[in-house]
Design a protein around this ligand. Structure first.
Ligand code: SF4
Ligand code: SF4
Length: 392
């Protein structure tokens, strides 16, 4: 295993264990199998374990296995505050205590605001006293490092980074999202501030393996060095020194062993021109299935009516390259979870954005189509629930 350092000199394994998708049997986490996988990962040097309050059964299962095997001090636990469920400052203590109890520990190494989608959400948390609360928890040693996980565009990501003295962050990043979500731009900005960056969705929830178009599979098969699509996707990330740790939702022993092997070999800066061409070919094959040729560059932003144009197109495309539900979920996360909606339906057709688009996309026309696909009754109901539950 190889390790990269965080801001304070702590060593984090470049492969982290994503605990959202433990293998299940009859609807429950299969503790026996999961324990074997965790033990193999620890043995292989994986020291970063990422869970969350809202991952069903995950914190409890992880806590049980770590406690039973005396592993708590050998690993770093990352878990997340479900801030979208908070009503008062007292809730902060309530959820955090519950997480400590589930994890059978008295401290969390890396604590994240879960899915911090925009600056308004952070301001709301400030209103609840989150900054003072974090200071208290850090002073007591119950929280070692504070950060946030993020799904959204690069511009908002940078704003959130600048809004607080974060100690690490977590973003969705993979070779297909190089220019969407926080993207390479966000990664570099975080790294320039000295922040460790934890990567989630390195395989886009497995889609860069299971749902690859034939042409992309062929691109990897034609390359002189033979590697699986998953290994290529991981190596693309570890090739970048700004990446600290890549989370993988490992749910078989074979996967744990294969990933550990790759993580022990991959080197930053190992790719040359040929590898870059390979990824361009694979990416083009995937992008040929896209509805809108948006590269996520963001030149069309900001929209005076607050439409998240690249976010909308990324979600719309995902409906056609993967599953509709994946696109719908992305769209809701990047437009519906915010205080001020960034939905395509805010578009008034002024056309300002189109003047700046290097791809000459007919943004207004495409937004109308995207809106039809993405803003169905479920979206509208969920949006109403968010607004009511947060009492905006
Ligand atoms: S056309 Fe629509 S998306 Fe473009 S800038 Fe105007 S309101 Fe925003
Ligand atoms: S300028 Fe064009 S390509 Fe760039 S994000 Fe906007 S719509 Fe996409």
């Amino acid at each position: 295993m190889q390790y990269r350092k965080d801001k304070y000199g702590n060593e984090i394994s470049i492969l982290g264990f994503g605990c959202m998708r433990f293998e299940q049997t009859a609807g429950r986490i299969n503790l026996e199998k999961m324990e074997k996988q965790i033990l193999a990962a620890v043995e292989g040097g994986v020291n970063y374990y990422d869970t969350a309050y809202v991952y069903p059964g995950s914190e409890t299962a992880l806590g049980e296995v770590l406690a039973r095997n005396g592993l708590r001090d050998k690993v770093k636990i990352a878990t997340k505050l479900p801030h979208y469920l908070l009503r008062s400052r007292a809730d902060l203590d309530r959820y955090f205590s519950e997480e400590l109890s589930r994890l059978q520990t008295d401290y969390v190494d890396y604590y994240l605001m879960h899915m911090l989608t925009d600056i308004a959400t952070w301001r709301r948390l400030e209103g609840l006293g989150i900054k003072e609360w974090i200071e208290e928890k850090k002073a007591s040693g119950q929280i070692r490092q504070i950060g946030f996980s993020y799904h959204g565009n690069a511009q908002m990501f940078c704003e959130i980074l600048d809004a607080y003295e974060w100690e690490f962050c977590q973003i969705q990043y993979n070779y297909l999202d190089e220019n969407s979500q926080a993207g390479r731009k966000g990664l570099h900005y975080a790294a320039s501030k000295g922040l460790p960056v934890i990567i989630m969705e390195p395989l886009r929830g497995g889609k860069l393996v299971k749902l690859l178009p034939k042409e992309a599979e062929q691109a990897f098969a034609d390359f002189p060095v033979k590697r699986s699509p998953a290994e290529w996707a991981f190596r693309w990330l570890w090739n970048q020194p700004e990446v600290t740790c890549v989370l993988s939702g490992m749910n078989s022993l074979e996967m744990v062993k294969e990933n550990i092997q790759t993580a022990s070999e991959a080197k930053p800066g190992e790719f040359g021109e040929e590898e870059e061409k390979l990824f361009t070919r694979a990416r083009s094959a995937i992008e040929a299935k896209l509805k809108v040729g948006c590269t996520g560059c963001g030149y069309c932003m900001p929209c005076p009516h607050n439409v998240d144009i690249p976010g909308t197109f990324a979600a719309y495309n995902r409906c056609y390259t993967e599953k509709k539900t994946s696109g719908w979920k992305d769209y809701f996360m990047c437009t519906g979870l915010r205080k001020t909606s960034t939905a395509a339906s805010n578009c008034v057709g002024c056309g300002k954005c189109e003047k700046h688009c290097p791809q000459h996309i007919e943004i207004r026309k495409e937004l109308k189509k995207a809106r039809k696909e993405l803003e169905g009754p479920i979206y509208r109901i969920a949006r109403r629930i968010v607004l009511l539950s947060r009492r905006y």
